[in-house]
Design a protein around this ligand. Sequence first.
Ligand code: DGJ
Length: 721
Amino acid sequence: MIVHSETCYTLHTAHTSYQMSVGPDGMLLHTYYGARLPDRAPDLTDGRAAHGDPGCWTDLLPKEWSAPGTADNRTPPCVPEYADGTEAAELVFAGAAVLPGKPALPGLPAFRGGADVQTLSVTLRDVFGLEVELRYSVYEKEDLITRTAVYKNAGSQPLTLHKAASLCMDYAPGSLDLITLNGTWAAERTPERAPLRCGIQSVGSIRGVPGHAHNPAIALCRPDTTETNGDCWGFAFVYSGNFLIEAERADAGQRLVMGIHPYHFHWTLAPGESFAAPEVAMVYAQHGLGEMSRRFHTAIRTRLLAPRWQDMNAPRPVLLNSWEACYFDFDEAKLLELAAAARKADIDLFVLDDGWFKGRNDTSSSLGDWVEDKAKLPDGLPGLCRRLNEMGLELGLWVEPEAVSPNSDLYKAHPDWAFVVPGRRPLEIRQQYTLDFSREEVVDGIWQQLERVLRSCPIKYLKWDMNRSLANVYSAALPAARQGEVYHRYVMGVYELQRRVTETFPGLLLENCAGGGARFDCGMLYYSPQIWCSDNTDARARLLIQYGTSLFYPGCVMGAHFSTVPNHCNGHISTTEARMAAALSGTFGFELDLTTYTPEELEALRPYVAWYRAHGGLLRGGDLYRLAGPDASALGAAWMIAAPDGSEAAVFAVGDALSGSHGTASMNSLPRLPLQGLDPAAVYEDEQGVQYTGAQLMALGLPLPGPRGQTPACIWYLHRV
Ligand code: DGJ
């Protein structure tokens, strides 16, 4: 609900409110983001702001937006340059409108609108022609507000944007912690929490993709905020390219700015032209990080994923991926042997990973030549697909559409399609270049190849990989003055191709991937309902990766596979139960050479597949409660997924969490794990028929068997009787 007077605008969701107000000289002030206010909330503008001398106070006022050159010296959300070289803009309130639904951001992914969504559009104007339209869409039920900014040149001369962020907000005073998700290849999205110090703390990427190092989502919270208590504010960027998130603590006030990274970004707007920045999704929660995460999860599941994948009860295939089983070393006979073993484990879909196309036997060649390698697949993909289908398996396929090998037919035919800075040697990473997806004809060329492959036989799943950062970013198709547009146009090209793939083949399950989890963001989730979390499939490492990921993203989007031991990435050995606990909490699949399994071992995998099928709706659509860990000192974790109506729950405990060191000490000295999200008055039964009341399970906890062996784990299913 949006309630407003002439000067004060309050956005209400079910449990949160957001308010801005027009202050002195038409400055737009940020006045509140927190727990729900009364419908007709008073204007919460700070007295100083309302009555102070604006000239004197502008650097101190909490702003909703700002620009340089106005004596506001905190980090600006936008930096325009007018034709005369000046960079100042005084953006003052010029009007606002409440719109039904949500206007589209052409070519950009965004949380989906609907009849229950309202949008506030606020226009700020500078006398020299820059107009910034701030858009806020309110999702009441989901407690979600999305924001963006559309920049327009309403003047008579061209103007250039050197920074064009999506969000600026001067948040409430008082100490805050900043939570970021950081890492590296095979260790993505490890949460880091630190008090916000004076100055600017930022995370970002200039790699062309968000990258392994930082995720484009952050949270701010009070120093005493825990999983279950306290204020927190979460912000997730709906974008898959360069980004910058700046949290500033200045002498007066604190500011958050989020948007496309200004590195190598400049965008010239001719009179009348506009530029739409990608959106940011915002959530406030009063009851801790767990509540914040659950709000993001629900919003992502019900408002961001493609409608076809929003039904969490609709089955998702249990897949086997060939990568860790064969890498590049396979032929059709070997694949079919692997498939036969997969079938015995009751797996649904066989994903043929890297290496299926012409001459691709290692990373040194062939990217860009999306034609079957007849040496490996004599009857091509249709032949393989037919044989798999006869065995009762569907076919899935790996591609890397943005890449080209220097040693490929595509590169020989179109060397100019790859990024290269004129006069410089193009940089190879993983022996490949990146195609210039800012050019329409390049996107068209790859689309023609992909469409042919996808039409050649019933391919049900596509893994879209991307294995390097961008470099040598220069487009042969744009003049010198417009090279600052290339990074963003590249991302738009990726979105366009993913749009074509998903709209032309609506039944196809798309899974994004970028050298593991280097492109795990809300932009990608608009097109693909799952993303490969990490190349590290070790259970213990996955606890931390998936725990960090779960701060913003739900389990149903986390690609997670059961793999072999010792783990290929880190040599670690963990129990079957621990590896299953990690994989079952994500999209669940397998990635190992099952031909080495005995018939009994294959048979032993079937109950897990059956368990996933039986409880898939709960696992994908339930509410996540992080119960314990993980952290560096205690290598274990416990978490549960409860049905929103409290009717059933799945509980997982791994490693040290089983010793009860994270749970409450119990009255009878057995370690116990206190649960959450259940109905206290209900009676629950586990799979052994043992009954507990919800109150017992939440106050005292589920009795734990205690640790046994290396990386022990337990999985429970509880239902209300
Ligand atoms: C990186 C991915 O993360 C892996 O799963 C695998 O698909 C390889 N690329 C293939 O080259």
